[in-house]
Design a protein around this ligand. Structure first.
Ligand code: CA
Length: 622
C-alpha cells in the first residue's frame, strides 16, 4: 500500500513537471537526413534561461536560444547519422532550479520516402476540396470545442462534413477515372470562427483538422493511394497562419509575424498590396515591395516573418515532417510570391536536398509568363535570384485556352491565343513541369466559364491533357459541377460532389441519377485520362504545332514511333482539312485511331472534320 501511495505521489509529481512543457515541435524527428541539424521549439511556462540537457549517444546540443517571450526555448541539436532510434529525455533546469523533463522520439527513416517520386507530366492531378467531396464519417462533422459550429450543407460557406475517410472510400473511383495524383486543399486544423472549410487559415501546423479526420487516417490515405498508383500532394501555406493560431496569444519573438505591433494594438493596419511585379520590377519603390511581402493577406491571416531564422527553421522542418510522416509525393505551396523570397528559395532547396525526386508546385497567379517563369528553378530571367521551385502554376496558358476556345476567330483573337501562348514556352526553363488546369478551387468552374457549353469544355480539357504540361483537373468537372447561379462565388465553386453524402439525389461515383450530358463528360474524361496514362508521346514527347487557319489548330506530340495529334476544330459545319500542310510530320498513308470515338482514320490528302470539337488521334502501328 505504502508503495502504491509513493508511486501515486511520484506519478502526480511527474505530471506537474511535464505540465510545465506544453509542447515540443517538431513532435518527433528522424535519423538519416542529409541535414543533421534540428531546431526544437520548446514551449513551457517561464522556461527562459533554463539550462537544457540531453543524455543520448549521437545527439548533441549545439546551442540554446532564449526567445523574447519567457515561455519559449529554441534548442539546436545535431543528430549523428549513426545514432540509434529511440526515446530520450530533454531535461530543463530552470533558473529557480526546478527540473522539467520531456520525452522525445528519434525514428529511423523509411528507405522508400527518400526516393518518393514527385508528380510529373506523366500524371494527372485530381484537385479536391475535402469538405465538399465526400462525407465518409458523419461522427466528425462538428465538434463542441472548436470555434465554428456551422455544419450546414445549405450554406456555401459552412462546413459540409466531407473528410479524409470520404477520399479513402473513393480512391477506387479516382483510380478508375484515370487520375494518378491527388492534391487536396489543406487538411490541417483551421480553428476559425467562420469559413474554416477552405483550410488556408491554419491554427496548428502539426494537427489534422478533426473534422477531416486523424493523423492516422491521413497516413492511411497516403498508403491506400500508393497501392493504387496514386501520388499524394499536400497543400502547404508558408505565408500566413490563422489569427487563432495557438501562438498568437504568446508570440515567441517580437518579430515573429509582420506588423506585429499593429496587431498587438488591435487589428492589422497593413495589408499586402498584391503588387507581385515588385519582385521583378527594376523601378519598384521599396515601400511597395515591402508592403507586398510583409502586409497581411487578409485580417484573419497574420503574415509570418520568414526573415526570423527561428520561423524559417520552423516552417522548413514542418514541411519535412509532413513529407516523412505521410510519405508525400509533392507539395503545392500557396501564394508563392508572398513570403520572403530568399526564404522560399531555402525552403524549396531544403526539401529537394532530402527528397531529390520530389516535386513542388508554387502558386503565382499571374497571366504574365515572365512572372511565372521567374519563379521556376533555373529561370534565365530571374537575375540574381535563385529559385529552387521545380514547378509553377500556368495561369497564362489557362487563360489562353479559355480565350482561344471561347472567342471568335479573328486575326488576333481565338485559337491564335493558344498558339502564341504555347510559343511563350521559350521563356520557361522547364515548360513540361508547369501545372496546367482549366479551373481550380479559386476560379469559376470551366463549365460555367463556357456558359455550360459541353463541347467547348471538352475542347479545353483535351488541350490541357495533351499539351506538354502537368495537368490538374478540379473534382466534379467530370459531372459538370457549375457555379452558374453566382459565377465566381467561392463557396459555390466548391460545390458538394453528388453522391458524397447519404441520400444525395444523384451519384457521380456510381452514375445513378446523372444526366446524359454528365455521363457524356464523365465518359469523355475517363477515356482520355486512361489513354493518357500510357501515352509516352504526351508524357515526354516532342511538340510541334501549326498556326491556326480557318478555325482549326493542330498540335502533335511525338515520341519514338508514337504520334499523338489533337486537332481543335471550331467550325460548326463540316470542313475538309488539307493534310499537305502537315507533310513535315511524315504521316502520309498511316492510320490513326480517334481515341474518343474509336474510328479508324486514314491520313491521306485530306480528312473531314464533321463537327466542332477535339479530334484526338493516335497513330496505329502497321
Ligand atoms: Ca464528416
Amino acid at each position: 500500500m505504502k508503495n502504491i501511495v509513493r508511486c501515486l505521489i511520484f506519478f502526480l509529481f511527474s505530471i506537474s513537471l511535464n505540465a510545465q512543457i506544453e509542447r515540443v515541435e517538431p513532435p518527433n524527428w528522424w535519423i538519416g537526413f542529409e541535414n543533421i541539424e534540428l531546431q526544437l521549439l520548446i514551449k513551457g511556462n517561464n522556461i527562459r534561461y533554463s539550462k537544457v540537457y540531453i543524455d543520448y549517444k549521437g545527439v548533441n546540443i549545439v546551442n540554446t536560444h532564449y526567445a523574447d517571450s519567457p515561455n519559449y526555448i529554441f534548442l539546436d541539436l545535431e543528430i549523428n547519422s549513426s545514432t540509434a532510434p529511440g526515446n530520450f529525455n530533454i531535461t530543463l533546469i530552470t533558473k529557480e532550479n526546478k527540473t522539467h523533463k520531456y520525452l522525445y522520439s528519434l525514428v529511423g527513416r523509411s528507405k522508400t520516402n527518400k526516393q518518393n517520386k514527385g508528380f510529373d507530366s506523366s500524371d494527372v492531378i485530381y484537385l479536391i476540396t475535402p469538405d465538399r467531396f465526400a462525407n465518409g464519417d458523419s461522427t466528425n462533422d462538428e465538434f463542441n470545442n472548436l470555434r465554428e459550429k456551422s455544419y450546414d450543407r445549405a450554406n456555401d460557406y459552412a462546413r459540409h462534413g466531407g473528410d479524409i475517410r470520404g477520399i479513402i472510400n473513393n480512391l477506387d473511383y479516382i483510380q478508375k477515372m484515370g487520375f494518378t495524383s491527388i492534391w487536396s486543399t489543406p487538411l490541417l486544423i483551421n480553428d476559425m470562427e467562420e469559413s474554416s472549410y477552405h483550410g488556408y487559415a491554419i491554427t496548428d501546423y502539426y494537427k489534422v483538422d478533426p473534422r477531416f479526420g486523424s493523423l492516422d487516417e491521413y497516413i492511411e490515405l497516403s498508403e491506400e493511394a500508393k497501392k493504387r498508383g496514386i501520388k499524394l500532394l499536400m497543400d502547404q501555406v508558408a505565408n500566413h497562419c490563422g489569427v487563432f493560431h495557438w501562438w498568437m496569444d504568446d508570440l515567441p519573438f517580437n518579430n515573429w509575424i509582420n506588423y506585429q505591433d499593429d496587431f498587438v494594438n488591435g487589428v492589422p493596419t497593413t495589408y499586402s498590396n498584391h503588387r507581385r511585379t515588385t519582385h521583378q520590377d527594376a523601378y519598384s519603390a521599396e515601400i511597395d515591395a515591402l508592403q507586398m511581402v510583409n502586409g497581411w493577406f487578409v485580417d484573419t491571416m497574420p503574415d509570418l516573418n520568414q526573415t526570423n531564422d527561428f520561423m524559417s527553421n520552423y516552417i522548413i522542418q514542418n514541411s519535412i515532417w509532413w513529407i516523412e510522416t505521410i510519405g508525400l509525393s509533392g507539395i503545392r505551396q500557396d501564394t508563392y510570391p508572398y513570403p520572403d523570397k530568399e526564404f522560399m528559395s531555402l525552403w524549396a532547396n531544403s526539401i529537394m536536398v532530402e527528397y531529390p525526386n520530389f516535386n513542388i508546385v508554387g502558386e503565382e497567379w499571374s497571366l504574365n509568363p515572365l512572372l511565372v517563369s521567374y519563379w521556376q528553378k533555373d529561370s534565365k530571367i530571374s537575375g540574381d535570384y535563385k529559385s529552387n521551385l521545380p514547378s509553377s502554376m500556368d495561369f497564362p496558358m489557362q487563360n489562353a485556352i479559355y480565350e482561344g476556345i471561347n472567342d471568335n476567330e479573328n486575326w488576333n483573337t481565338g485559337l491564335i491565343k493558344i498558339y502564341e501562348g504555347l510559343a511563350n514556352d521559350f521563356i520557361y526553363p522547364d515548360p513540361q513541369s508547369l501545372l496546367l488546369f482549366s479551373d481550380n478551387h479559386d476560379m469559376s468552374r470551366i463549365y460555367t466559364q463556357f456558359d455550360e457549353d459541353i463541347v467547348k469544355t471538352k475542347m479545353a480539357l483535351s488541350l490541357i491533357l495533351t499539351m506538354p504540361r502537368i495537368p490538374q483537373i478540379y473534382y466534379g468537372t467530370e459531372v459538370l459541377l457549375s457555379d452558374k447561379s453566382k459565377p465566381g462565388d467561392h463557396g459555390l465553386i466548391r460545390t458538394d460532389f453528388p453522391g458524397g453524402w447519404d441520400n444525395d439525389t444523384s451519384n457521380g461515383f456510381d452514375n445513378q441519377g446523372l444526366s446524359e450530358t454528365q455521363l457524356e463528360m464523365k465518359n469523355f474524361l475517363m477515356k482520355l485520362l486512361n489513354f493518357r496514362k500510357k501515352s509516352n508521346a504526351i508524357h515526354k514527347g516532342k511538340t510541334i504545332h501549326f498556326a491556326p487557319i480557318n478555325g482549326v489548330y493542330l498540335i502533335a506530340r511525338t515520341y519514338e514511333d508514337e504520334v499523338l495529334i489533337n486537332i481543335i476544330n471550331k467550325n460548326e459545319d463540316p470542313v475538309k482539312l488539307d493534310l499537305q500542310r502537315f507533310d513535315e510530320l511524315s504521316l502520309n498513308g498511316s492510320y490513326f485511331l480517334n481515341v474518343l470515338t474509336n474510328e479508324l482514320i486514314l491520313w491521306e490528302n485530306e480528312i473531314k472534320l464533321n463537327k466542332k470539337g477535339s479530334y484526338i488521334l493516335n497513330l496505329q502501328k502497321p
